[in-house]
Design a protein around this ligand. Structure first.
Ligand code: NAP
Length: 506
């Protein structure tokens, strides 16, 4: 009999179609670092008899939960309810560590044994959630389990609050990408367990991460009650490199913190709904803010709580949350870009004064960079496909505006690409003709994927000093880390993490 678990168990669901495959998957889950497995008998091609169950449970290396989920609760079992309950009763008699029985099974019909009593809602957070949780707590369950589909991260917070208040060992999770934080933080709030698949493609529910992601990316083994929580708010956030960068930085600097993705649909209402749901017990200490919430973030934090240049840019990408819940914010993009530029040119920010700079593009990144260049009195010309956007930016911060097709005539010492031209996958595109580059001394491409764009390759051939968007990207992440923690960021490591994420050689 495997040893009992005292910490939050990482549970791998086994969804194979034969008992033999399930047994070998159990060995692989053990090797991957699982603490427990859940045998989903409803995935078996044949309902198991006693011999099959015995084969599954004998000489097991990990504690086993036996589940046979009916269709009405999101499972695969389509047979007779009495047969289903008899399979669970048999598993209990044969020594399964836990059997999972749904709350909607009348108490008199529930098989006896060490039970996880569960409730699932794949449509959303149940309106009568409190009542369901009260019923689970009042039941004979050894462990209560509730899982519901998440619409936003506030649903994940609701799941975590159930854990916090529960009087019994509990599993509470919000399913789907928006609910990820309920999975990552289960250990912080003392959950009985959390599910993780052994590899991609073997998930038993939406939003389930792999054991590898839980352990390596989200610091599963380090997360505890005192762990501080940071995250990135945006839509989309699934492919953000920020969790990898910041979690690696927290691990390197021994800071008890974890960084999570927070998917929030567009709209100020959705942003505010999440911010309203954040309670002090969640220990949320800092947020990265990305598209489309940078303007919503400034409105929420309040102009008086951010620095002057960020205020003028009208968007912030970083929020710090003090222990009393008060917010402060900044835009680390402009400083990241200006500092990458100045470091490569070996000048101080004041050294930008009077220098001729061509900014190609007039979107969000261009806005932050133009504001900062104007602040340091550079002589800026903005080239953009939509000329009116270039004009608007030039009017607001000072500078000249030109249509993009005049870019061939530019004669600036510094050229900064703020368009997405040349970005992965269109890596053969470039915003500037190669012959223009011989007139520039410094070329900065804000694109970081790929780190060396066609524009930078041609600029290097023309003898220019070249700056990659990767430097800006690492600078902005490092500045966020320092804004939140007051400690110096491990930049070299952060750089390496981004390259690994982009699958690039060092
Ligand atoms: P944005 O607000 O959508 O602006 C995009 C800009 O690119 C606009 O000026 C747009 O011109 C122009 N553009 C796009 N496709 C074009 C095309 N085919 N031909 C001509 N112009 C085109 O985006 P953003 O947030 O400013 O981001 C811009 C780039 O910055 C991104 O692609 C990304 O690579 C880079 N970036 C880097 C970092 C970093 O840390 N290094 C961070 C964020 C973004 P119109 O106004 O005419 O549409």
């Amino acid at each position: 009999m495997p040893e009992t678990i005292s910490k939050t168990a990482l549970i791998v669901p086994l969804i194979q179609s034969t008992v033999g495959e399930m047994r070998s998957a159990m060995c692989k889950a053990d090797e991957a670092g699982a603490d427990m497995v859940e045998c989903r008998l409803d995935y078996l091609s044949q309902p198991p008899d006693e011999a099959a169950l015995q084969a599954l449970l004998s000489e097991r290396s990990l504690p086993v939960i036996i589940t046979c989920r009916p269709k009405r609760q999101g499972g695969q079992f389509a047979g007779d309810e009495s047969d289903r309950l008899e399979i669970l009763a048999m598993a209990a008699r044969l020594g399964a560590d836990y059997i999972d029985v749904e709350l909607d099974v009348p108490p008199a019909r529930r098989p006896k044994g060490r039970t996880i009593i569960s409730h699932h809602d794949f449509t959303g957070r149940p309106a009568d959630l409190e009542k369901i949780v009260a019923e689970l707590n009042a039941s004979e369950a050894a462990v209560c389990k509730i899982a519901f589909a998440a619409d936003g991260p506030e649903d994940a917070l609701a799941a975590l609050e159930i854990l916090r208040k529960s009087s019994k060992p509990t599993i509470a999770l919000a399913m789907g990408e928006a609910g990820l934080v309920s999975r990552i933080l289960a250990g912080k709030f003392g959950a009985f367990g959390m599910f993780a698949s052994s590899h991609e493609g073997s998930e038993s529910a939406p939003g389930q991460l792999t054991v590898e992601q839980m352990k390596r990316l989200y610091r599963w083994d380090s997360v505890g009650p005192a762990t501080g929580v940071y995250g990135v708010i945006g839509c989309p956030v699934a492919h953000s490199v920020s969790p990898a960068i910041h979690n690696a930085a927290f691990a390197e600097t021994d800071i008890d913190a974890v960084y999570v993705p927070l998917l929030i649909q567009p709209g100020e209402g959705n942003f505010n709904r999440f911010m309203d749901a954040v309670a002090p017990w969640a220990d949320l200490r800092g947020l990265s803010v990305t598209i489309p919430h940078k303007e919503n973030a400034i409105a929420r934090v309040g102009a008086e709580k951010i620095d002057e240049l960020s205020r003028r840019i009208g968007a912030i990408n970083t929020i710090a949350i003090a222990p009393d819940g008060s917010l402060s914010g900044t835009n680390t993009d402009y400083a990241a870009a200006i500092d990458a530029l100045c470091a490569a040119m070996e000048i101080k920010r004041e050294g930008l004064s009077g220098r001729k700079v061509a900014v190609v593009g007039a979107g969000g990144v261009a806005r932050a960079i133009v504001a900062a260049l104007a602040h340091y009195h550079a002589d800026v010309t903005i080239y953009n496909r939509t000329f009116s956007r270039a004009e608007k930016l030039a009017d607001e911060f000072g500078g000249k505006a030109r249509p993009l097709d005049e870019v061939a005539t530019l004669s600036s010492e510094i050229v900064i690409n703020c368009t997405s031209i040349g970005m992965h996958p269109d890596v053969d595109d470039t915003p500037l003709p190669a012959d223009v580059l011989s007139r520039a001394k410094v070329v900065f491409d804000t694109i970081y994927n790929p780190p060396r764009t066609r524009l930078l390759r041609e600029s290097s051939n023309a003898g220019c000093v070249c700056i990659s968007g990767l430097d800006m990207f690492v600078n902005q992440a490092a500045a966020q880390f320092e804004f939140w923690t007051g400690e110096s960021a491990p930049r070299e490591l952060m750089h390496q993490v981004v390259l690994e994420h982009l699958n690039m050689p060092r």
